[in-house]
Design a protein around this ligand. Sequence first.
Ligand code: BG6
Length: 505
Amino acid sequence: MTSQARFEPTILVIFGAGGDLTRRKLVPALYNLLLDQQLPERFAIIGVARKNLDNDVFRERLREGITRFSRRGEVDAATWDAFAGNISYLSEDLTHPAAGSALRTRLEEIEGEWGARANRIYYLAVPPVMMQPAAIMLQRLGVCRDCAHDRLVVEKPFGRDLASARSLNHFLNDLFVESQIYRIDHYLGKETVQNILAFRFANSLFEPIWNRRYIDHVQITVAETVGVEERGEYYDHAGALRDMVQNHLLQILCLIAMEPPITFDADDIRNKKVDVLRAIRPIRPEDVHRVAVRGQYLKGSIADEKVVGYRQEENVSPVSNTETYAAFTFHIDNWRWQGVPFYLRTGKRLPAKVSEVAVVFRSPPHQFFPSAAVESWQPNRIVIRIQPQEGIGTMIQVKQPGTRLLLGGAEMKFLYSEAFKTSAPEAYETLLLDVIRGDATLFMRADQVDSAWQVVAPILEAWEAVPATDFANYPAGSWGPAAADHMVARQQHNWLQPARTAETG
Ligand code: BG6
């Protein structure tokens, strides 16, 4: 049996197919799966969007997207022709009461040609206001009723606060069975994010020390050099807390902090992650200013290139109060983590694109070295680099060479690119393949989304109630507002500079 023959015939319907996600991420990922013989032999894509386009223009746009954004670059003409033959486009206004009949006909045509009922995957890459009309249409057409074969993929943002996320969850759960719904958080498809589970639970070395007895604190940094790019309109209504923290950063936190699951079953793993979210100490409104810091970038320069401030970006209000940087202190109230602060930060227009988790260990209980030997002594830490230069480094103290006893830091490191010669799949490749296979482990369950919104809700409310008075408060190209340094300094900590570990990495 070839690897492709394992899969059932599949039709992927992308709503919002005219958007950037389809061109930059989804179709390049599908094309790479094809090259790796990971797509079903019978596989068709139907792009649905409002705009009037013909099939050829749509296909050309996708081809150009693959050339620009795929990790493998330029398409191969013959492979592309075969792939493109199964791509078609439909122009639909999802809000129209009669929308969708062309879609049903197209599904039936394809399945008629194949002589088989396909697995149907409906990918909602649409703005939040269009989620409900799209879901209602699918229900009305009756094309997403077979729980074993029909799936719905929901892109972020999943709601804009706890109440709207809850109402979207209720709405979707009324129309579909929970096991049909795949809520995407693309960070969960990243190779190194998945490797956190392997690192923690496939090695007996780390788990015994992965707790409050040995760990002093944890830092999670997701830094970006880009600004809002062409997404000013979306971003100005979202901000860093909604765009990055409620989803990506909290999911990383869950993987670092969760208890070992009993089995690799999707629900076992997701239950353990929800436990972490539920254990995060609720933030009282009067404490928000102590444990949460927001920032917005001023003009500045990144890699010697001058960039404008956030309020000068296209489609952003010149008096915007939206945060482009956010940093927090969270505490997890359970036996494993009591008293261990988790610091999270993310921001746009920071000096480096780097995502990493630093687990900082406690000092040895008794320091007997002469004080001159430990002048540059630092606690051990494990740094999990999510991107770039994916890998894991362990900082240890060693005796520096020489006749004097002097201790200093050295790194034991594992780099994906050195250890394995194959290039890792992009997050969307992993996630799309999982939807095709029907494996929901890396997707968000309704209660996970709900719990994550509950964690950030008090901060969101406090920030909305009282606009920032110091915006814009960090120059583009800096590591964010000074208040974030003060927040960790209050607990005698400081942010580790990811660029320094990048140099050694
Ligand atoms: C998206 C956010 O979810 O993640 C973007 O909406 C952000 O604002 C992006 O730039 C970052 O993803 P990655 O994979 O480049 O780290």
